[in-house]
Design a binder for this molecule. Structure first.
Ligand SMILES: Cc1cc2nc3c(=O)[nH]c(=O)nc-3n(C[C@H](O)[C@H](O)[C@H](O)COP(=O)(O)OP(=O)(O)OC[C@H]3O[C@@H](n4cnc5c(N)ncnc54)[C@H](O)[C@@H]3O)c2cc1C
Length: 384
């Protein structure tokens, strides 16, 4: 029997499983084993909604076991290690051999070695972290009179969560100062300049202070000091300064970017390993001269190509090239948005509606799809 392991049941993993499942359901000589540290899959772009109580925590979830293709085996455990030369993955307690491996475990927050008083430091890379942030933020807002939200990182995740939490504070009649600390010389520097300036102006109109060319050097559990010497007292601290590959311990002779994304060829095979594929956030996929940004549409499309190519490889058929198609992007910066769809700028409530409707389209659960549809329509026609 040949074993195909899929590490991570997110956007890329499930897109691959659609193809792998059709194949293995009818072929008893193949076994598909799916690993995920959670027993549910998550619409990750909804984490700011959950953290700011705009969305129930169950809406972006769908049960993995119920969605798996016939014949696939689910292991609800974390992949801690992969050895590409030995062809094994390990969960710590068990080791599994594979014939084919798809790495699709996405990315997690990179703290870049920051380890001061981590308990009250919040990140936004998984549903449990979004729920933890939500609970802690509720407690923070209800204690004391002066509130300061300090976000390390003014990329899109940093600005997005700051906007959502600021709106939540306003809705609860709480005064909150918002500080965004950015190492680079400008906020959301990876966006095209007109959209970048628009997002920055939204943040400054909301009264946010953006400190550029600086970073957090110390945090004692309540107070933060920046590289510039500026200090902020009793802050609610969120770290959104970068991300890295979710499975760090992967040994083998492959190349990777500094953030751990693994180099793949046009067929999404990891460099040097014909039987190992990577898709989604953990793959460094070149599109012309640049690497694709981390985004849901590319994760789904690359996962689907990787799944098809594993099937083709098992059938000794030629592999298909992955050709990325970029239809656009929208960043929800509540109560507005910024983006470009099919080259047309999209802003405001229309962009928010588009965001929720595309999340609904991506969910695997009918109840969730209905929830997202309602949110989309509310942003087109109704109140906030
Ligand atoms: C706050 C935030 C907002 C975002 N908003 C947008 C947006 O609006 N639009 C957009 O296009 N993109 C957005 N993104 C990016 C998008 O979410 C990612 O590009 C996408 O989720 C990547 O898909 P994936 O399948 O590679 O990984 P994921 O969707 O993250 O799935 C990975 C799966 O692997 C599992 N896993 C992780 N580590 C392990 C392990 N060691 N062992 C076993 N299982 C593991 C996880 O539980 C998860 O189920 C956002 C990201 C964040 C963090």
């Amino acid at each position: 029997m040949k074993r195909i392991i899929v590490a991570g049941a997110g956007f890329a993993g499930f897109a691959a499983l659609k193809h792998l499942g059709r194949f293995t359901g009818t072929s008893p000589e193949y076994e598909v084993v799916v690993f995920d540290r959670n027993d549910y899959t998550t619409i990750i772009p909804s984490l700011p909604d959950v953290a700011s109580r705009r969305m129930d925590q169950d809406l972006p979830k769908a049960n993995i076991r119920r969605l798996l293709p016939r014949g696939a085996v689910f292991v609800n455990d974390e992949v801690r290690k992969a050895d590409l030369d030995a062809r094994t993955v390990s969960t710590g307690s068990n080791e599994y051999e594979y014939d084919y491996l798809l790495l699709a475990a996405g990315s997690v927050t990179n703290l870049f070695g920051f380890k001061q008083h981590l308990d009250p430091v919040h990140v936004l890379d998984s549903l449990p972290e979004a729920v933890r942030l939500r609970e802690a933020f509720g407690g923070y807002l209800s204690s004391g009179a002066a509130h300061t939200l300090l976000v390390s990182g003014a990329g899109y995740t940093g600005v997005e969560i700051a906007c959502f939490l600021s709106e939540h504070a306003i809705a609860n009649s709480k005064n909150m100062k918002v500080i965004l600390v950015e190492k680079a010389d400008k906020a959301v520097g990876n966006l095209p300049e007109p959209e970048r300036r628009y997002v920055e102006s939204l943040a400054t109109d909301l009264g946010f202070e953006i400190v550029t060319n600086s970073s957090v050097v110390s945090f004692d559990g309540a107070d933060v000091t920046l590289e510039t010497g500026e200090a902020f007292r009793n802050v609610f601290f969120i770290w959104a300064s970068g991300s890295k590959r979710a499975i760090e311990d992967i040994s083998g002779g492959f190349g990777s970017l500094p953030d751990g994304r693994m180099h793949v060829n046009r067929f999404l095979q990891v460099s040097g390993y014909e039987n190992v594929f990577a898709a989604g956030d953990c793959a460094a996929i070149k599109n012309g001269d640049i690497y694709l940004r981390r985004a849901v549409p590319f994760s789904v499309a690359s996962g689907a190509t990787a799944g098809k190519n594993i099937v083709r490889s098992l059938e000794n058929r030629p592999l298909k090239k992955y050709r990325p198609v970029d239809l656009g992007w929208v960043i929800p910066v509540y109560p507005s948005s910024a983006g470009k769809v099919l080259g047309i700028p999209v802003r405001g409530r229309l962009g928010l509606a588009f965001h929720y409707l595309t999340c609904g389209y991506r969910t695997h659960d009918l109840r969730s799809a209905r929830g997202y549809l309602a949110l989309g329509l509310k942003n087109i026609f109704g109140a906030r």
